[in-house]
Design a protein around this ligand. Structure first.
Ligand SMILES: [Zn+2]
Length: 342
């Protein structure tokens, strides 16, 4: 079968080639992949990979949606059924798994990081990680669901859930997680403010329901946020950019507000501004991925048709470099998706 394989770090190290079909092991389900979303972590793995414990070569792709080919009868899965893959092959036995907190699993094996990924025609994963979908769904949208949208779900609703009467600021709208946060926050009825350096992206965000848009190249973000919130600040900030937006993110929060971070694309070590944190009693917490229960809730919402992931562009598997290039340039609004069938 064809797969996008990372053989060495860097753009030229990612090659499209034939690899052996995955062998379904006991307890696993074999899925014919239709689509798989591209994520920042893929770009990071391709070019650096520091801190990721895997060895190369590696079939890439931390998402996958497709059709079940083969599964054990007691798995609840049947051949021919549409399904989406929860990428974390969690151990099920460590203290975090037993508490239902699979993203913290001590022995997690992530598809596309530690085991063969979704940029391939087939993938085999533990059946407990393969969630059935109704026939009505678009598999390309399903392939874009379980990284950005699951991450967004946990950020918004995981610890101190965003309420309908609250206001959230989403920094840097355009990236997959930020767009997902905008959509999910609007779905709950909360008020959403967004920032971007691109007027075009801000316009698209407003079309998706954003209540306020700030161009951070031209405007002072925290000042504008205070103007838009009667001088109070927002209840929650979603920040996946890190160093570049951190100061504005902290200054945009109301007293007792919370900042949730899931990324550091512009740097990992912004000034902590501890005085502001304790005097205003702010909460700062990190988030990555989501657990199986959150995943089921998200899949249910998606399956109902109430949530449709925003797809910026679809690429065939042999256009994988073009997809990475677009992500690298930060041009996208929403998700980039690799489809196995042209
Ligand atoms: Zn575990």
């Amino acid at each position: 079968m064809k797969a996008a394989v990372l053989e060495t770090r860097g753009r030229e190290g990612l090659v499209l080639r034939d690899v052996p079909m995955p062998v379904r092991r006991p307890g696993e389900a074999l899925v014919r992949v239709h689509a798989a979303g591209l994520n920042r972590v893929d770009l990071y793995m391709r070019d650096s990979g520091v801190g990721i414990t895997h060895s190369l070569p590696q079939v890439m792709g931390v998402e996958a949606a497709g059709v079940v080919v083969e599964a054990e009868p007691d798995s609840g899965l049947v051949a021919g059924q549409k399904a989406v893959v929860f990428s974390n092959a969690f151990c099920g036995q460590c203290r975090y798994c037993l508490a239902g907190d699979q993203p913290l699993c001590l022995r997690a094996h992530i598809m596309g990081e530690h085991r063969d990924g979704g940029f391939a025609e087939y993938v085999s994963m533990p059946a407990r990680c393969v969630l059935p979908l109704p026939d009505s769904v678009d598999l390309a949208e399903a392939g874009a669901l379980l990284a950005a949208y699951l991450t967004a779900w946990r950020m918004l609703f995981g610890k101190r859930a965003l309420r309908p009467d609250e206001t959230v600021l989403v920094a840097g709208v355009g990236g997959g997680v930020a767009v997902a946060c905008l959509q999910l926050a609007r779905y709950t009825g909360a008020r959403v403010l967004v920032t971007s350096s691109s007027d075009q992206k801000l316009e698209r965000a407003v079309a998706l329901g954003a209540d306020g848009a700030i161009n951070y190249k031209r405007e002072k973000v925290a000042k504008r946020v205070l103007e838009m919130t009667d001088g109070e600040g927002v209840d929650m900030v979603i920040d996946s950019s890190g160093a570049a937006s951190w100061d504005d993110s902290l200054r945009s929060l109301r007293r007792g507000g919370r900042l949730v971070t899931c990324g550091a694309t512009t740097g990992s070590n912004p000034p902590a501004d501890l005085q502001r944190v304790f005097i205003r009693q702010l909460e700062i917490y990190g988030s990555t991925g989501g657990n199986l229960e959150e995943c089921r809730q998200l899949v249910k919402l998606f399956g109902s048709g109430a949530l449709r992931p925003v797809i910026d562009q679809r690429f065939a598997l042999d256009e994988v470099h073009a997809a990475f290039d677009r992500l690298g340039r930060g041009e996208q609004f929403g998700k980039l998706v690799i489809t196995m069938e042209p």
